[in-house]
Design a protein around this ligand. Sequence first.
Ligand code: C2E
Ligand code: MG
Ligand code: MG
Ligand code: MG
Length: 299
Amino acid sequence: HADIAMYSARASGKEPYFFYQLHMSEAILEKITIEQHMRYALEKKEFILNYQPRVDSQTGQLRGLEALVRWDHPERGLLAPQYFIPIAETSGLIVQLGEYVIELVCQQLAIWKKHALPLCPVSINVSPRQLHRNDLMARILRHASENGIDPALLEIEVTESCIIEDSVTVKQQLEAFSALGMKLLLDDFGTGYSSLTQLQHYAMDLLKVDRAFTANLENGDKSAALVSAIITMAHALGMKVVAEGVETLAQLHLLQALACDEVQGYLISKPVSAEAIAELMCRPTLFSEMMFVEKNLNL
Ligand code: C2E
Ligand code: MG
Ligand code: MG
Ligand code: MG
């Protein structure tokens, strides 16, 4: 933005430096404003969670839920994470917000448990900044025990950026999670820069293939070949695979044929409220009739 402002300022013969400053301070001001509002919103408990199911790709059985944070803003309505997570990450507020998310997940699991619902694991998205502190484990364990929840019901989603830095703190914490029976999920796989070499040093249980790959599945053989190779590699390393962002029946059927273990996406369910999840938990499958694979696949 600043560059464009400079360019147009020069082109129009005006003082470029002034334009540059003005633009920068606007951006910074907007950031600081959101940051201040976030602090207040954390106190007022304006953040809520939606949950998106992950299902077995052959049977549609519920395998897990992903907790996704939203800001229930009093004036602006429900705000998506893209609006505030990046700011929370640079300002460090993500540590507080992240802890609140952990607390909400544990409270919710306790509520579902109280209603005698068939519980399934809930995955929590964790930022590098949270993992780089050595107290994440203690915080998680405290909230789990305060709510009478088995920590093995919690799963941790990290992105490739968390594992490429090769930090001892990160590695030790991830190993400690595993030891407690908490599954580790590698989120948005294929968009970062992690290599197969790095993958073997981390005990990831599940690899989440980024939705960009899923979206491309129907556009020719190469994407399918790529996803197929990722699945084979993951299986060889002892990991299961979940495809993110499954929106069409054709994508689902292809992923079933490629032996992708699990699927997640709008086709099965959008992220929904905890109340809506309570109903989904009681279903034997989240697939509708048409989602079951046809026997005569043309591949
Ligand atoms: P993510 O962890 O990769 O989550 C998947 C995102 O894709 C979610 O967006 C979800 O609503 C969306 N999605 C799911 N299925 C489909 C589909 O079929 N089609 C399309 N187009 N999108 C689909 P959401 O909820 O807006 O979250 C965006 C990102 O914000 C997440 O990406 C995650 O990186 C971050 N995030 C969300 N909650 C938290 C949190 O509690 N802590 C942290 N640190 N990050 C979070
Ligand atoms: Mg995620
Ligand atoms: Mg993801
Ligand atoms: Mg993503």
